[in-house]
Ligand binder design. Structure first.
Ligand SMILES: Cc1cc2nc3c(=O)[nH]c(=O)nc-3n(C[C@H](O)[C@H](O)[C@H](O)COP(=O)(O)OP(=O)(O)OC[C@H]3O[C@@H](n4cnc5c(N)ncnc54)[C@H](O)[C@@H]3O)c2cc1C
Length: 363
């Protein structure tokens, strides 16, 4: 039963994060394994779809609810929290917005924990500039044939389908491609520095045939679909980083109270301020999103500042607590990754600069 008010909901998620997620996090990280049990529980509790429309099996709450859950989970383990951001912002929300028929088929299953999707934009030679992608899509009658390679795909080994971006007659499109097909190969990526409990894969499509109905939106609109989705994704990363910051801050506050030293107070002040700025930027991006306004610049600002503050705070925690503390060491590695995906910090600055000047300095 979902509580009626946001504060009670937050407390419920915090309690789960501080018991269930906390006790499993070190093991999942050490063994580089995705926590399928926690992922299923998040769906069964109704938290995965908490902010999605009820007609798609969601909870119908405002977007602030899902990001509150993301923050509370990320304070303990960023990888567990990223189950919500991955399945909600990058997959379900995208399908709900861009393709009602595909959403009807897949999204309720995702919210029940019966299916998983992944978002496949990056390629070995196309990361920061997705327009350079080389995956090809060819129409043959009522079918489409997908050929190409995707890199660093979160949940790629466990997902039932991927939202793949490719070029069809030189125009970028987005396509829902089921992964249970002999023409699809999935190569797990192990040995990552951070996000080790998050599943990552290299995907190859060797002439994978899909029905034409699996094209998402209009042909030629694929890059717009990708970029709109990344705006949502960046808000999700900002929430992950804000949650990590609040978890780290609680530990720095404890240390500052115990030592009472000027150095500990200064470190805490930095983190406390970084957290306040991150929350304000996240709130401003979410307010625009909820009002149906464009929030590209606000999402970029929120992601950039929250991830930078989280990296600084994790550094400070490393110098405050024993670096052998599993929490400290894991956070130190995990927060850094958030500065990279869904656009590196350099790219966020170019997006903010473009919004302020109208000048594209990307190349
Ligand atoms: C753990 C993990 C999970 C990921 N999950 C997904 C996923 O689910 N789906 C997906 O599609 N992708 C995913 N990615 C890929 C991620 O989005 C890319 O790694 C990221 O966009 C950067 O691309 P790249 O690695 O090719 O780096 P590059 O684009 O090669 O960049 C290398 C460096 O050059 C800098 N740079 C590049 N262009 C410019 C420029 N114009 N101006 C200034 N500096 C520049 C970058 O900031 C960076 O420091 C994931 C990555 C990781 C590490």
């Amino acid at each position: 039963m979902i509580p009626k008010d946001l504060n009670t909901f937050r407390s419920e998620v915090r309690e789960y994060a501080q018991s269930r997620v906390r006790e499993r996090a070190a093991h999942q990280d050490a063994t580089e394994s995705f926590d399928a049990e926690v992922a299923l529980e998040l769906a069964q509790k109704g938290w995965l779809g908490i902010s999605a429309p009820t007609k798609l099996g969601g909870g119908g709450k405002p977007a602030t609810w899902v990001y509150a859950a993301v923050e509370e989970l990320a304070a303990e383990e960023i990888a567990a929290a990223s189950v919500l951001t991955g399945q909600f912002t990058l997959v379900s929300d995208l399908l709900a917005r861009e393709s009602p028929s595909l959403a009807k088929r897949w999204v309720p299953q995702i919210f029940q924990g019966a299916a998983n999707g992944c978002y496949a934009l990056t390629e070995p030679d196309a990361g920061s500039n997705p327009a350079q992608l080389s995956t090809q899509v060819e129409q043959r009658g009522d079918s489409l044939v997908v050929t190409g390679q995707k890199m660093w795909i979160t949940n790629g080994n466990i997902a039932d389908f991927a939202i793949v971006y490719g070029k069809e007659t030189e125009q970028i499109g987005a396509y829902l491609v089921p992964l249970d097909d002999s023409t699809v190969t999935r190569q797990p990526i192990h040995g990552k520095m951070g996000f080790r409990a998050s599943d990552t894969a290299e995907l190859s499509f060797l002439g994978t045939v899909i029905p034409i109905e699996n094209r998402i939106g209009e042909l030629g609109q694929g890059l717009h679909v990708a970029l709109r989705t990344l705006d949502n994704g960046r808000v999700g990363i900002a929430a992950l980083a804000t949650g990590a910051l609040s978890g780290i801050k609680a530990r720095l506050a404890k240390a500052a109270k115990e030592s009472g030293s000027q150095r500990a107070m200064a470190t805490l002040a930095d983190t406390e301020t970084g957290l306040a700025v991150s929350r304000a930027l996240l709130g401003s991006a979410l307010a625009r999103k909820e009002a149906g306004e464009r929030f590209t610049k606000e999402a970029a600002m929120a992601k950039w500042r929250a991830t930078a503050s989280a990296v600084a705070a994790a550094n400070a925690l490393m110098e405050t607590e024993s670096p052998t503390s599993p929490y400290t060491e894991r956070m130190f590695r995990d927060v850094r990754v958030m500065e990279l995906f869904e656009g590196t910090s350099e790219i966020q600055k170019l997006i903010i600069g473009f919004a302020a000047t109208g000048v594209k300095a990307f190349t």
